[in-house]
Design a binder for this molecule. Structure first.
Ligand SMILES: O=C1O[C@H](COP(=O)(O)O)[C@@H](O)[C@H](O)[C@H]1O
Length: 244
């Protein structure tokens, strides 16, 4: 399994600003050498702060929106327009930052026209097809969850062949959600896990322990797995484990 690297910023603000810059540069580097770039984004407070910081990154104007696809790691299974939708909060920030082409944005289907969360997950899987994310951003939950994969939930199946799954008893609102599966996440070239603040410190530490089976521990990119943290989130890690 590729090595995991932990990057630690001093504060939550530094993390959001630094990660926004690194994200723009990573997209530009990929666009230099390949046609389409597929970015998967997460909700979560820290990830959303990163998207808000994209506006301050001058190089973002060099990103070619006609060659950038944006996908979501998970979302609430609720009606279109429901405030619980992650994409409702994140899409406007990303649209403005990159002037995205709406036909290249792929929000997870809503409840409208779908029988249940599994039906929506199936539709999302169809849309995904053979897509491999160049960068998959995941916001680490307090329990070591990523996307809407919760260690104790029966919908978390590390070896499933499905690309997306319906979650019907999420411990965090909304109760019904749709999530990428671990195998789909792990086809990504780069997996970037974000953890900010003291409430994430235990999850970060436990996920980085040898043999951890938490969803955050099992999420790995085929090329690289990076943990983007701030001092509070990385507080329980040995300092030699961190760069920056
Ligand atoms: O909405 C989401 O948030 C969680 C983490 O949320 P936070 O409020 O603790 O930052 C994240 O794991 C999930 O993927 C995302 O969709």
């Amino acid at each position: 399994m590729p090595h995991q690297r932990v990057i630690r910023y001093l504060s939550a603000d530094d993390l959001a600003d630094g990660l926004a810059r690194r994200l723009v540069r990573a997209i530009l580097r990929r666009q230099d050498t390949q046609d389409e770039v597929h970015l998967c984004v997460a909700g979560g407070q820290a990830a959303t702060r990163v998207y808000a910081c994209l506006h301050d990154v001058d190089e973002r104007t060099s990103v070619d929106p006609s060659r950038l696809h944006v996908w979501w790691s998970d979302d609430a299974f609720v009606p279109t327009g429901d405030a619980q939708r992650t994409s409702l909060r994140t899409l406007p920030l990303l649209l403005t930052a990159f002037h995205l082409d709406p036909s290249r944005t792929h929000p997870i289907p809503t409840m409208d026209g779908k029988d249940d969360a599994d039906d929506a997950a199936y539709a999302y899987a169809q849309e995904l097809g053979n897509t491999i994310f160049d960068i998959c951003l995941l916001d680490v939950g307090e329990s070591g969850a990523v996307a809407s994969l919760f260690a104790d939930d029966p919908s978390f199946s590390p070896h499933t062949t499905a690309l997306a799954v319906g979650v019907t008893a999420s411990p965090t609102p909304a109760t019904e959600r749709i999530s990428l599966t671990l195998p789909e996440i792990n086809r990504s070239h780069q997996v970037w896990l974000i953890a900010s603040g003291a409430r994430k410190a235990t999850a970060v530490n436990e996920s980085l322990l040898e043999g951890s089976q938490l969803p955050a521990a099992l999420a790995r990119g085929t090329e690289e797995t990076l943990w983007w943290t701030d001092q509070l989130a990385a507080a329980q890690l040995p300092s030699y484990n961190c760069s920056l």
